[in-house]
Design a protein around this ligand. Structure first.
Ligand code: GDP
Ligand code: IMO
Ligand code: MG
Length: 425
């Protein structure tokens, strides 16, 4: 398999975990390049579920190297919990096969407190963040005051940085957000107590990838969130705080863009979104409820009900051009069973014009009206189909129509949550 970037082509939760796990079988190295434990990536193997937030979704395959790149923000306490959970299930999480970049920024308790306090303080315009401290940690990175994984080898640096950070953070927490201030010394003690458990994982991620490529190995870059949550190209300000598009695989792991040979966009056969922000094809009706129930659309990280709606080809077209998609993996098409009519949004109407791509201005997406095309539904159980030809005619037509609308080949069709419920087209 060629070196491949996996990205979510919608607003997250497309089934990236499932596809990364499946493709890990034919890869050697799996690397996360952005986001943090706002992600919730679900893997199902023979009905057993594993939900990963920080550790790459290749970890269930023995012997595969799993890396956390510099572009990720890592909560070290969550990382250790996740390791414990995997160990209990007999998964090898030794540092010889799991590494954290020296340059990865750490999410600390004051980032989590600020994230929650800021959301609580807002009267309107809440983003509906996951409350995991993602935004505040990326802010500190850009402000050049963050704590990086390699700092854990230097207790004096940890003390200096945390003390300095809390001078500022406590003013915000106490005076602006009317929240409890935090004790710098207590946080320093917590961080220094776990440092010896984290430092064995420190790795030159860029170096390992380059060496692996030189040895002819295959690399899988695992994106988190989705293209339309990208801090630049998404539905700003209702986005996450990192670049989620394929280009970030390069900056987030320290390799040249010429290493990235394939980009697979994971797309759900309908659309979901968690948190606030425009969503043109959202269904606030019985069909939306049907999708939520049949698709078990409740967040893998926060448990929040996901907003559900029809498939939006405009969103996918934009993802194809922002990420240079070479393929699409279409997931959860089984969930559409028993809907008499399937709608696909093919274009938008915006200020009296029909448009093929999302309008550019802030919140302009909230002003579009979807132009729908209707296709006939299907009633057959497709969850054990193994070949494209075995899929009902109407399912085949739906897939082919989506290929025509996006101009991207659909090379995988997922018909159930399990690793084996995937058709290679
Ligand atoms: P991710 O964040 O992109 O990894 O996706 P999540 O794990 O948050 O959400 C996807 C959900 O859909 C998980 O519960 C998966 O087990 C499930 N899933 C993935 N693919 C399929 C599929 O083809 N059909 C069904 N019914 N469920 C799927
Ligand atoms: P995976 O990788 C779906 C959403 C949040 C919120 C916005 C900002 O599982 O697909 P943040 O905590 O990042 O500051 O929240 O982004 N969000 C996700 N939605 N899937 C995710 O990850 C998400 N990660 C963040 O709901 O709207
Ligand atoms: Mg998820």
């Amino acid at each position: 398999m060629a070196n491949t970037v996996i990205i979510g082509a919608q607003w997250g939760d497309e089934g990236k975990g499932k596809i990364v796990d499946m493709l890990s079988a034919t890869s050697d190295v799996v690397v996360r390049f952005q986001g943090g434990n706002n992600a919730g990536h679900t893997i199902a193997v023979n009905g057993n579920l594993t939900i990963l937030h920080t550790i790459p979704s290749g970890i269930l395959h023995p012997g595969k190297m799993c890396l956390i790149g510099n572009g990720v923000v890592l909560d070290p306490f969550v990382f250790l919990q996740e390791i414990e959970g995997l160990k209990e299930n007999g998964i090898d999480v030794a540092p010889r096969r799991l590494g954290i970049s020296h340059k990865t920024h750490l999410i600390l308790p004051y980032h989590v407190a600020l994230d929650k306090a800021r959301e609580a303080y807002k009267a309107g315009g809440k983003i509906g963040t996951t409350g995991r401290g993602i935004g505040p940690c990326y802010e500190d990175k850009v402000a050049r005051i963050g704590l990086r994984a390699s700092d854990l080898t230097n207790p004096d640096l940890v003390r200096t940085k945390i003390r300095a950070a809390l001078v500022e953070k406590n003013v915000l927490l106490r005076d602006l957000y009317k929240a409890e201030p935090l004790d710098a010394e207590a946080i320093i003690d917590q961080v220094l107590a776990i440092a010896p458990q984290i430092t064995p994982y420190l790795t030159d991620v860029s170096g390992v990838i380059q060496e692996s490529v030189r040895m002819g190995k295959n690399i899988l870059w695992e994106g988190a969130q989705g293209v339309h949550l990208d801090v630049d190209h998404g539905t700003y300000p209702f986005v996450t705080s990192s670049n989620t598009i394929s280009g970030c695989a390069s900056t987030g792991t320290g390799i040249g863009p010429n290493y990235l040979q394939q980009v697979i966009g994971i797309a759900k056969a309908y659309t979901t979104r968690v948190g606030a922000g425009p969503f043109p094809t959202e269904l606030d009706d019985a069909t939306g409820d049907f999708l939520r129930e049949q698709g078990h659309e409740f967040g893998a990280t926060t448990g929040r009900p996901r907003r559900c709606g029809w498939l939006d080809a405009v969103v996918l077209r934009e993802s194809a051009r922002l990420c240079g998609l070479t393929q699409i993996a279409l997931t959860k098409i089984d969930v559409l069973r028993n809907l008499p009519v399937l709608k696909i949004c093919v274009d938008y109407m915006y200020k009296g014009h029909r448009i093929e791509y999302p309008p550019q201005g802030e919140n302009a997406l909230a002003e579009v009206t979807p132009v729908y095309e209707e296709l006939p539904g299907f009633t057959e159980d497709i969850s054990s189909c193994k070949h494209f030809e075995a899929l009902p005619y109407n399912v085949q037509k739906y897939i082919q129509r989506l290929e025509a609308l996006t101009q991207v080949r659909i090379t995988y069709v997922s018909v159930g949550p399990d690793r084996d419920q995937t058709i290679l087209c």
